[in-house]
Design a protein around this ligand. Structure first.
Ligand code: ARG
Length: 226
C-alpha cells in the first residue's frame, strides 16, 4: 500500500471525495457508503486493510497517478481522458448523469439547457460534458455537488447536472426540486489504479467478481439504495 511501512497488515489506500451519497459520505466521523464498504470488502479479500483518504474530487486521479493512493474509488466514471492518466478496473456499477431543476422550471430536458446556467461538481464528467455541450461560460463549478444544489435552490443556477443517486439524495434533502426524467447520459463506474499496475488491477477485478458472485455487493447496495 501507499504507506504500509511498519504495519503488520498491508494497507490499501483509497482516494475518494466523501461528498457523494450514497457512494461515499460522512456519518459522524466515519466515511460510509457503497464504495467505502465495497472497497473494504475488496481490501479484505486481498488480505489488506483499507485506509480512506478524503480529498477534493479533482485530486483523486493525480493522487492515484502519483502513488499517494493505491486506488481511486469515488463513483468514478470510466472515461477516455482519465484513461490517459490511470488504468481502470472492471465496471462495478452503472450511473447516469441527470438534470435537477426547481419544481416550477421550464427546463424539461437536455435541449432546454442551451444558454442556461448549469451547476456541476468541479472535475466530474458532468462538468466535462456540459462544458463541451453548452459552453464554458454557462458552467458554474462547485467543490461539492451539494453546493451546486444549494445554489440551485437559491436561484443562482438554472439546473444542476450530477449522477443520479447523489441527485436523489440531494433532492430529498431540499424542498422544491425535481429530477428530470430525460437523463443526460449513462456511464460506467470503475476503480482507478496507477497506470501499468496490472497486478493490482487483476487482484481487484478478481475480488470484484467474487464479491458480485457471492451476493456481497448486492447486499451493500441494498443497504444504501432503497
Ligand atoms: N461519476 C462522476 C465522475 O466520475 C462523478 C463522481 C463524483 N464522485 C465523488 N465522490 N464526488 O466524474
Amino acid at each position: 500500500g501507499a504507506d504500509d511501512k511498519g504495519e503488520d497488515k498491508k494497507t490499501l489506500v483509497m482516494a475518494t471525495n466523501a461528498e457523494f451519497p450514497p457512494y461515499e459520505f460522512y456519518e459522524g466521523d466515519e466515511i460510509v457508503g457503497i464504495d467505502a464498504e465495497f472497497a473494504a470488502a475488496i481490501a479484505e479479500k486481498l488480505g489488506m486493510e483499507l485506509k480512506i483518504e478524503d480529498m477534493a474530487f479533482d485530486s483523486i486521479i493525480s493522487a492515484v497517478q502519483g502513488g499517494k493512493a493505491d486506488i481511486g474509488v469515488a463513483g468514478l466514471t470510466v472515461d477516455e481522458k482519465r484513461k490517459k492518466s490511470v488504468d481502470f478496473t472492471d465496471t462495478y456499477y452503472t450511473g447516469r448523469q441527470v438534470i435537477i431543476v426547481t419544481e416550477d422550471s421550464t427546463i424539461a430536458g437536455p435541449d432546454d439547457l442551451e444558454g442556461k446556467k448549469i451547476g456541476v461538481q468541479q472535475g466530474t464528467t458532468g462538468d466535462q460534458y456540459t462544458t463541451d455541450d453548452y459552453g464554458d461560460e454557462n458552467i458554474e463549478r462547485f467543490n461539492k455537488g451539494m453546493e451546486a444544489v444549494m445554489s440551485l435552490t437559491q436561484g443562482k443556477v438554472d439546473a444542476v447536472v450530477i449522477d443520479d443517486q447523489p441527485a436523489k439524495t440531494f433532492v430529498s434533502q431540499n424542498e422544491g426540486l425535481k429530477i428530470l426524467e430525460t437523463e443526460y447520459i449513462e456511464e460506467d463506474y470503475a476503480m482507478a489504479v496507477k497506470k501499468g499496475n496490472e497486478e493490482l488491477v487483476k487482484k481487484v477485478n478478481d475480488a470484484i467478481k467474487a464479491l458480485k458472485d457471492d451476493g456481497t455487493f448486492d447486499k451493500i447496495v441494498a443497504k444504501y439504495i432503497k
